[in-house]
Design a protein. Sequence first.
Length: 483
Amino acid sequence: MKANDKDAKTRPNAVDAAVLERIKAAVGPKGYTIDPAEIAPHCQSWRDNWHGWVPMVVKPANVDEVAAVVAICAESRTPIVPQGGNTGLTGGGQPHAGGTEIIISTSRMNKVREIDTLNNTMTVEAGCILADLQVAASDADRLFPLSLAAEGSCQIGGNLSTNAGGTQVLRYGNARNLVLGLEVVLPDGRIWHGLRGLRKDNTGYDLKQLFVGAEGTLGMITAAVLKLFPKPTEVQTALVAVPGPRAALALLSRATETIGEQVTAFELIQRRAIDFVLQHIPDVTDPLSNAYPWYVLMEVSGQGAPDSLRAAVEAILTDGLEQEDVLDAVLAGNQAQARALWKIRESIPEAQNYEGQSVKHDVSVPLSRIAEFIERADLALAAAYPGVRCVAFGHIGDGNIHYNPAQPLGDDGAGFGAEYGAINRIVHDLITDLKGSISAEHGLGRLRREEARHYKSSVEMDLMRTVKMALDPNNIMNPGKVV
Ligand SMILES: Cc1cc2nc3c(=O)[nH]c(=O)nc-3n(C[C@H](O)[C@H](O)[C@H](O)COP(=O)(O)OP(=O)(O)OC[C@H]3O[C@@H](n4cnc5c(N)ncnc54)[C@H](O)[C@@H]3O)c2cc1C
């Protein structure tokens, strides 16, 4: 590909040529690319809202090659952007624009090293795609429960680095709860061999948890020991129409009182989100004959005989109808119907992209305050931006809501987009008032770095900076992200 003048400006190379040559020698011809066409997808984000450039994407084959590359970068002070599946939503995995950094991609490090069914663990390399790990666990008659809409492309190293949440947190916890050990290349190129499969280990600080959720700012995760669980033999999935978020929480409370931890997923969906999906995503139909203001997608699973949980779910829904917390419901009759219900939920982010500008929030509050949050945020935004179309959906069972006000109908989007900072301030002030978090599961990256600085105490920020300085004093690991 021949670069013209315009391309040359957008493809800067500010990394010393000698450094690039040393990296090439360390990883061999299969271990890097300098082809602009191959580099380009690594430099833009899933939502196409973050762009940058690097002169080289390095694709090491194993931990020793990662360590060799990081050591070269440490010596030459060349900044590194770690990258997995590049599905992150906060700009953490994108380089800056100046061409001063390199990307290290884990895409070639995708082996399952070991599955230990007695210990209920699997040891995997960072570049394994999440969906492939779910299959590997299932083939061993076990469950790896981490599940999110990007699971066909995101990688476990990225999941751990963002402490991903997803749909099963209610029962199994987020990525942080699913890891027992890590192998990490530190910013100076040394390898920390922490691949322990222990559920009890009180030998000092829990170092692995430092790297979980660090978004690549403290080191490169190269492998992990993950927890496995018994595979459910029985799953029931229902889409339940409810009058509002308060009724949804009453339903959750009743369901967990009745069947406890068998409630594995509990997702809130506002009708407007379903309308967007029906309008923009092919092969989706409305599962209920009438439209209702709010819905819950509930999944219940256990180890019993097929259909052993169906009667319990029906009883919970019947009780809900009597208490007027439930307006209508459909219980999937088979796996295909269950998948169709999940498709509605998982298509919401894509469907909303077709509706013009929206300001995305990934917030959490204590469960007891989630209805209050939605009510107060809707009122405040409607007062400030008449006609705004607020869309709330997400993991209400974890107190986590994706709250995405969209531009009013007929608006050209530019004016609404310019209100980005002001809208964030309204939503995040309210979240802080309700003792919540401005980033429940997506992380800070670049998108919320300044917001975190605005809302976190100086003590908390100092602690974070101290950790960063201790591990990466030359600031070569994903600079400009998180802290
Ligand atoms: C449609 C869609 C739905 C989503 N749903 C959810 C959801 O329900 N819950 C949720 O939590 N997230 C969700 N996400 C966000 C995203 O999928 C997750 O953040 C995912 O965990 C990122 O994994 P990745 O491999 O794509 O990481 P990347 O995007 O490649 O990287 C993310 C961050 O981790 C760092 N990183 C990546 N690999 C490593 C490594 N090996 N060592 C050190 N640092 C590393 C990067 O530098 C970057 O800062 C969704 C995204 C999309 C597009």
